[in-house]
Design a binder for this molecule. Structure first.
Ligand code: IPT
Length: 483
C-alpha cells in the first residue's frame, strides 16, 4: 500500500518528464458558451445610432410622428464608418436598423415608415444593406439593433401586443435572413416594459433558427435568452467586481437589480457577462451642438479601463451626422485611443523576468505561461489549492503604472482575491494600494496606479472558489497618448 502510494507520487511528479499529460482543472460554475467566448475576444464593438432622430433638433427618442421624408442623408458612406473602426481596432459594429421612433433604415415590407418613403436615393436606398456590405468589405462583424419598443406602431388604433409580436417577428425575419451573417442583436429595454417574456421567446426562436452564432444582448424581460446583459448604466462604469455570472435577473427591487447588472454575482447560476454601452458624445444620436463635447482620449481610456478592464466588452457609440458620416473628431479620438492602448500593452515589462511560483500544478501549468502571450497556456495549481505567490525578478528595475491579469475564462471564475506587491530587493514588499485585495479577474482586469519603480513584482493569489487558472499577467507603462 505504502509502496503503491509512493509510486503514484513519483508518477505524478515525473508525469511531464515522461510525457504523461497533466490533467487540466475542471471548469467551475457556469462558463461562457461559444458565442460569449467570441464576444469577449472582440473587446470593443461600435454602435451606430442613425435614423430619423439625426434629422430632428436634439431628439434622441422620437415619438414616431416625424415624417419619413425628414430622413435625407446627403453623403452617406458606410465605408467611411468602417475606416474609422479599422483605425480604432474595433472588429464589430451594431446599427440601429429601427430605434424607438419606429423608422426603418431598410425598406421593410411591413411598414410605410422606412427609407422607401423618402427621397433619399429616390426611395430605393437601404442603409442596412450598405452597412452589412461595408462590414463585409472591411472584415467587420455586423450586428443589428431592432428596437423592440416601437412608438410609430403604437400610434395605430389597431395596435395590440399580439399584433405587434407578429409585426416585430416579420421584421426580425427580414433582417435575420436577408443580410448575411449577423453577429449580434440588441434588445433594448428602454420603453419595452410591456413586452413580456413570451414575446421574446417567439423572437428568440427566429434569431436562433437563422443565426446560431448571433450574440443576443438582453434586458428586463429578455434576460432568459440573453448571451450578454446590460451593465446597468450608460457612463462606461462596469462594476468592481463585475462577475460574468448572475443569479436571477428577475426584477424585484430596482436598486438591487441594477447592482446585480453592474457587479454580477459570484456563484450565480447563469453566465451572462456585461456589455458596456456608452456614447462617444453626450447623446446617442448626432447633434452638431455636441461637436465640442466629444469625449477626450483620456476619458475614453478611463472608460476602456472600467469596461474592458473590468471583465466587460465596450460598446462604443459613434453617431453618424446628417451627411451620413462620422465626424472627424470622433474618428481621430478613437484612433488615438487605439494607438495608446497598443503602445501600452505591446510592452509587458515582465517579459524576460525570472519567474518563481510557490506552487504549481506541473510543468504544463507553470507560471512562465503568464508571460507567453498565448491565451491557451495558463498557470494553475493543484486542485486542492486556491492560493499561490508568484515572484517576477526583472533583469533591471522598471517604472510602471498599470497592470493586467487575465483568467482562463473557459474554466469559469476561480480566483476571488488577489493583490500585487513590489520590491526593490526581493525581501521587503510594498503593496500597490489600488492592486490590494482585488476580487474579480475574468477575461481581463486592468488596474492603474501612481508610477512605481521596482525590480521585483509579486502576484499573490489569496482566495478562490477553485484552484487558480490564469493565462496572462503583466505590468505596463501607460502611453503618453492616453494622458
Ligand atoms: C436603459 C434601459 O432601461 C435598459 O434596459 C437598457 O436597454 C439600457 O437603456 C441600454 O442603454 S434606459 C436608459 C435611459 C438608461
Amino acid at each position: 500500500m505504502r509502496i503503491k502510494r509512493l509510486l503514484l507520487a513519483a508518477l505524478t511528479v515525473a508525469g511531464p518528464l515522461t510525457g504523461l499529460a497533466q490533467k487540466a482543472p475542471e471548469p467551475v460554475g457556469p462558463v461562457p458558451n461559444h458565442r460569449q467566448t467570441e464576444w469577449y475576444d472582440r473587446e470593443m464593438i461600435a454602435f451606430f445610432h442613425f435614423g430619423i432622430n439625426t434629422f430632428e433638433e436634439m431628439v434622441n427618442e422620437g415619438d414616431g410622428r416625424a415624417p419619413a421624408a425628414l430622413f435625407a442623408p446627403t453623403a452617406l458612406d458606410c465605408g467611411q464608418w468602417m475606416r474609422t473602426l479599422r483605425a480604432a481596432g474595433i472588429p464589430a459594429a451594431i446599427l440601429t436598423a429601427k430605434h424607438a421612433d419606429g423608422f426603418c433604415l431598410w425598406p421593410s415590407d411591413y411598414t410605410d415608415y422606412s427609407v422607401r418613403n423618402t427621397t433619399w436615393r429616390d426611395g430605393r436606398g437601404d442603409v442596412v444593406r450598405e452597412f452589412v456590405d461595408s462590414c463585409a468589405a472591411y472584415g467587420i462583424k455586423a450586428g443589428i439593433y431592432l428596437g423592440p419598443h416601437d412608438r410609430h406602431e403604437h400610434l395605430s388604433p389597431l395596435y395590440t401586443t399580439e399584433r405587434y409580436r407578429d409585426h416585430y417577428a416579420r421584421q426580425l425575419e427580414e433582417l435575420m435572413t436577408g443580410y448575411g451573417k449577423i453577429w449580434e442583436t440588441w434588445w433594448d429595454g428602454a420603453g419595452a416594459d410591456e413586452l413580456t417574456t413570451p414575446l421574446y421567446a417567439a423572437w428568440y426562436a427566429i434569431v436562433r433558427r437563422h443565426q446560431p452564432d448571433c450574440v443576443i444582448f438582453g434586458t428586463k424581460n429578455s434576460y432568459r435568452f440573453a448571451d450578454v446583459r446590460w451593465m446597468g448604466n450608460e457612463s462606461g462604469l462596469a462594476g468592481d467586481p463585475c462577475w460574468a455570472t448572475v443569479d436571477s435577473l428577475a426584477i424585484r427591487d430596482e436598486a438591487a437589480h441594477i447592482r446585480e447588472l453592474n457587479e454580477g454575482k459570484l456563484g450565480g447560476d447563469a453566465c451572462i457577462p456585461a456589455e458596456t454601452d456608452v456614447s462617444i458624445r453626450p447623446s446617442w444620436f448626432y447633434h452638431a451642438e455636441e461637436d465640442g463635447a466629444v469625449k477626450s482620449v483620456r476619458e475614453l481610456w478611463d472608460i476602456y479601463c472600467t469596461s474592458v478592464g473590468r471583465n466587460s466588452v465596450l460598446l462604443l457609440n459613434f453617431p453618424p451626422d446628417r451627411r451620413g458620416l462620422i465626424h472627424p473628431v470622433d474618428s481621430l479620438r478613437a484612433a488615438t485611443l487605439r494607438r495608446g492602448i497598443d503602445e501600452t500593452f505591446s510592452r509587458n515589462l515582465l517579459a524576460g523576468a525570472r519567474v518563481e511560483a510557490s506552487t504549481c500544478r506541473g510543468r504544463a501549468f507553470r507560471a512562465e505561461n503568464l508571460l507567453d502571450d498565448d491565451p491557451a497556456t495558463y498557470f494553475a495549481t493543484a486542485d486542492d489549492r486556491t492560493t499561490a505567490d508568484i515572484v517576477f525578478t526583472l533583469p533591471r528595475a522598471e517604472r510602471f503604472d498599470c497592470l493586467m491579469l487575465r483568467e482562463a475564462i473557459s474554466l469559469g471564475h476561480r480566483t476571488t482575491r488577489w493583490s500585487v506587491e513590489t520590491s526593490a530587493d526581493g525581501r521587503t514588499w510594498q503593496a500597490i494600494p489600488e492592486a490590494t485585495g482585488r476580487t474579480c479577474v475574468g477575461n481581463k482586469w486592468i488596474v492603474r496606479f501612481a508610477p512605481v519603480e521596482a525590480r521585483y513584482v509579486r502576484l499573490r493569489i489569496q482566495e478562490g472558489v477553485a484552484c487558480p487558472a490564469l493565462h496572462t499577467f503583466g505590468v505596463y507603462r501607460q502611453s503618453e497618448l492616453l494622458k
